[in-house]
Design a protein around this ligand. Structure first.
Ligand code: PLP
Length: 393
């Protein structure tokens, strides 16, 4: 396939050339183990420390609060299962209905093991009710795990207010910050979360490396047991090349984020306006006033998101559907359903997610190719505003 327009950056991003460059020596001459006694390994330990300092700068954290993991799924599991391990059955867990499975599944496992677990609902724009959150915090110890931004809709939760409420009630707060990484500033001194997860490949580092931020003094049992790496908080030899790449991605994000967010907002808004102007029976899903700059989730009513993605893929355009594809099912997305999106629109939801490497030409290409795809699918669909929808479920 020749032309690729990649608008699926919430799924994964391309590795930045600067990141690749920074990693290369660690696949060659810099192969030492940072835990070794000899000076050759000691040099690598120094590089690892420098990487940790850079990641800490990115989060405005202390270097010893940064633990390197294999991915955000590991970080999410380490936060939730590690807290439950510390407190045992006494721990109550409060999360939301729209979390990523990397949070929802460990929470549901805890529920199956007898913990009290509450999944807060969201309203029609995907926002939680803070009074409802507060009402769940009367019985310590409570772990609150609430994402910073939603991967499907880009909706930003009011994490600063969530943190303030958690502090007031002595609840422990973990946030899945995977989708905000490199898109909006994250400052753990300003937003006092206790734990935070990120994944390198969502912001131009490679797949297979993650961040687990743990505030000093947080009560937690380690999830991975073994050697003394990461101050015995995450056993396993550190993935030095990828960690160095991750640190480079953090530096690039820290330096370029403000300009990038402006550019992404312009591209995303042009895409949104173009779609709304050319395609009838379309709705934007999620809180447009509180949204990541790069994400657009829209439902094309009466047709299937999978069919749209499939036809666009033939044209070299990469997007995601709202379906739970990761689970291999064609069930509508739990996020879209939790928002109470009307049944005529639930199946037709698709996500466009942009990155620093996208251009206005690419947006215009999508705006040229998309409307005929939608028209054709609507012509073929047995359902529509003027058609019988009684069997559309
Ligand atoms: N959390 C969110 C919000 C995500 O979007 C993702 C990935 O899509 C994850 C967690 C899991 O990330 P990884 O697959 O890199 O572990």
């Amino acid at each position: 396939m020749s032309k690729i327009v990649y608008f699926d950056n919430n799924a994964t991003t391309r590795v930045a050339p600067e990141v690749r460059e920074a990693m290369l020596p660690y696949f060659g001459e810099k192969y030492g183990n940072p835990s070794s006694m000899h000076a050759f390994g000691g040099e690598i330990a120094k590089d690892l420390n420098r990487a940790r300092e850079e990641v800490a700068r990115f989060l405005n954290a202390e270097p010893d609060e940064v633990i390197f993991t294999s991915c955000a799924t590991e970080s999410d599991n380490a936060a939730i299962r590690g807290t439950a391990d510390y407190f045992g059955k006494d721990l109550k867990v409060v999360t939301t209905a729209v979390e990523h499975p990397a949070v929802l599944q460990p929470c549901r496992r805890l529920k199956a093991l007898g913990h009290e677990v509450v999944e807060l609902p969201v309203d029609s724009v995907g926002q939680i009710d803070l009074t409802q959150l507060e009402a769940e915090l009367s019985k310590p110890p409570t772990l609150v795990s609430i994402m910073w931004a939603n991967n499907e809709t880009g909706v930003l939760f009011p994490i600063e207010k969530v943190a303030e409420i958690c502090k007031r009630h002595g609840a422990i707060l973990h946030t899945d910050a995977v989708q905000v990484a490199g898109k909006i500033p994250v400052d753990v001194k300003k937003v006092p979360v206790d734990m935070l997860s990120m994944s390198g490949h969502k912001f131009h580092a490679p797949k297979g490396v993650g961040i687990f931020y743990v505030r000093r003094g947080t009560k937690l049992k380690p999830f991975m047991l073994g050697g003394h790496q990461e101050r015995t908080r995450r056993a396993g030899t550190e993935n030095v090349p990828y960690i160095v790449g991750l640190a480079k991605a953090c530096e690039l994000a820290r330096l370029g984020m403000a300009d990038e967010a402006k550019k992404l907002t312009v591209l995303r808004d042009r895409l949104e306006q173009g779609i709304l102007a050319t395609c009838p029976n379309v709705r934007v899903n999620g809180d447009r006033a509180h949204r990541l700059p790069n994400t657009l989730n829209v439902s094309f009513e009466y047709i299937e998101g999978e069919a749209i993605a499939y036809h666009l893929s033939d044209l070299g355009i990469c997007i995601s559907t709202g379906s739970a594809c990761a689970s291999g099912s064609l069930d509508p997305s739990h996020v879209i359903r939790a928002m109470g999106v009307p049944f005529t629109a639930v199946h037709g939801s698709v996500r466009f997610s942009l990155s620093r490497y996208n251009t206005m030409e690419e947006v215009d290409y999508v705006l040229e190719k998309l409307p005929p795809v939608i028209r054709n699918l609507r012509d073929l669909s047995p359902f529509g505003p003027d058609k019988d929808v009684s069997t559309f479920k």
